[in-house]
Design a protein around this ligand. Structure first.
Ligand SMILES: *Cc1c(COP(=O)(O)O)cnc(C)c1O
Length: 424
């Protein structure tokens, strides 16, 4: 059976019109990387670009490079991200982390909607998003409350649940567009419409969707969004994040952090704060030039491949992976913890097994000459198989499932410890 599946995979790889993009990334033979949804691969071009930045622009150009090269870099990068998320260039700010950007936007939105006291999220959301909201309530918006919609199956939430949850007292809804554990994908336009019926605002976290699924912020009526660039956009560890605010909302929202890069004229050095009247009012301090420059080639590759073609390949890969899991792994006690409907999920597949952690360790650190396969693990028992359509192949998926099958049937996982590294 494996042989047949492998033949099928090779045919699909041969027909893949995006196959050549794999060559744009640094890779090591013998390693299958299925964690592009946590940290994307290194684009080869990023090496030369960052070398030039460090040696020439910084090393030789010194402070002159600010005017020559760096001062426009955030806007240039924002314009590229805008094309990927269906927004206008002047609706995207690039910088800071996703968490910090969420803090700024949530603070601004709650301040604008002071008379309403309810915030809504769900229990599938990424913890940092929930922490930010909890902190805002404890420190600043003490009359507010957070209402967390509980998923019934731990995988998805039916959008209809928001019809009841959103009422006239609702100020803000904060959700991950694609959720980090199960890959469930919300119908963004539907939630936006439900919120707007009650004059509530929505902030979308796009960290797991940007670069893997088409996002149309403008067309779906989105108010605000945040997201990171080091996952499917391959921007590098800790790369600057971004935020989006719909044009007509920008002047009404005030960043809680008043700092010089959001001032109308930072280099006048006036002691009176005057915020910019555009998206840059959400800037804080000096842009992180080194890591900002490192995002560029990843964005260029995504734009060249085209988000619709990437999504089509991702759908094909994940459908194929589900077929493999159902045939080979479900009989061994695995269950699929992602939506089976391709239209309701992003680009990774979560599988569950009581020995999930030790199985993932055996994949990463084989004690024989098996291929190294890198997924990640999310407690209590989820192995996430991240599919990055820019560089993953169908054959890799067969290898992966065959390897997991072997680890379990030969009980290889028993040779591994259950103690966890700091980053899993
Ligand atoms: C990865 C991720 C983040 C990361 O936040 P940082 O502040 O950039 O560390 C936030 N939200 C979601 C949904 C994520 O998947």
């Amino acid at each position: 059976m494996i042989n047949e599946l492998y033949q099928k995979a090779l045919e699909l790889d041969k027909k893949d019109e995006l196959a050549h993009f794999k060559e744009a990334f640094v890779s090591e033979p013998g390693i299958i990387y299925l964690d592009g949804n946590s940290l994307g691969r290194l684009p080869k071009k990023t090496i030369t670009q960052t070398n030039d930045l460090v040696l020439t622009q910084w090393g030789k150009g010194l402070i002159r490079s600010w005017n020559e090269r760096w001062i426009d870099l955030p806007q240039k990068t924002a314009a590229k991200i805008a094309r990927i998320v269906g927004a206008q260039p002047d609706e995207i700010f690039v910088g800071d982390s996703t968490s910090l950007n969420l803090y700024k936007l949530a603070f601004a939105a709650l301040s604008m909607n002071q008379q309403k006291k309810k915030i809504i999220s769900d229990n599938l959301n990424f913890p940092t998003d929930v922490y930010i909201l909890q902190g805002l309530i404890e420190q600043q918006f003490i009359d507010h409350s957070l209402s967390v919609i509980e998923s019934e199956d731990g995988i998805m939430v039916n959008e209809n649940r928001f019809e009841e949850a959103i009422d006239t007292n609702t100020a803000l809804i904060v959700l991950s567009h694609v959720v980090f554990k199960s890959a469930f994908m919300y119908d963004m336009a539907k939630i936006n419409a439900l919120a707007h019926q009650k004059d509530a605002l929505v902030i979308w976290d796009l960290s797991h969707s940007v670069g893997s699924v088409p996002v149309s912020l403008n067309d779906s009526g989105a108010d605000m969004a945040v997201g990171c660039t080091y996952k499917y956009l391959n921007g590098g560890p800790g790369a600057p994040a971004f935020l989006y605010v719909r044009k007509d909302l920008q002047k009404q929202l005030k960043s809680p952090i008043w700092a010089w890069f959001s001032h109308q004229a930072p280099f006048d050095f006036s002691l009176d704060y005057q915020p910019k009247d555009n998206i840059q009012r959400f800037a804080v301090g000096t842009p992180s030039v080194l890591s900002l420059a490192a995002i560029e080639s990843g964005l260029d590759i995504t734009l060249e491949a085209g988000i619709n073609r990437l999504r089509a390949k991702s759908e094909q890969l994940s459908e194929f992976l589900i077929e493999l899991i159902q045939q080979l792994l479900v009989p061994l006690g695995f269950s699929i913890a992602s939506p089976l409907d391709v239209n309701k999920r992003g680009s990774h597949i979560s599988i569950r097994h009581a020995e999930g952690y030790r199985i993932s360790q055996a994949m990463i650190k084989p004690y024989d000459d098996s291929k190294v396969i890198i997924p990640d693990f999310r407690p209590p028992d989820n192995i996430r198989l991240g599919i990055a359509p820019l560089y993953n192949t169908f054959a890799e998926l067969v290898d992966t499932v065959e390897r997991i099958w072997k680890i379990v049937t030969e009980e290889q996982f028993k040779g591994y410890s259950n103690s966890k590294d700091t980053v899993t």
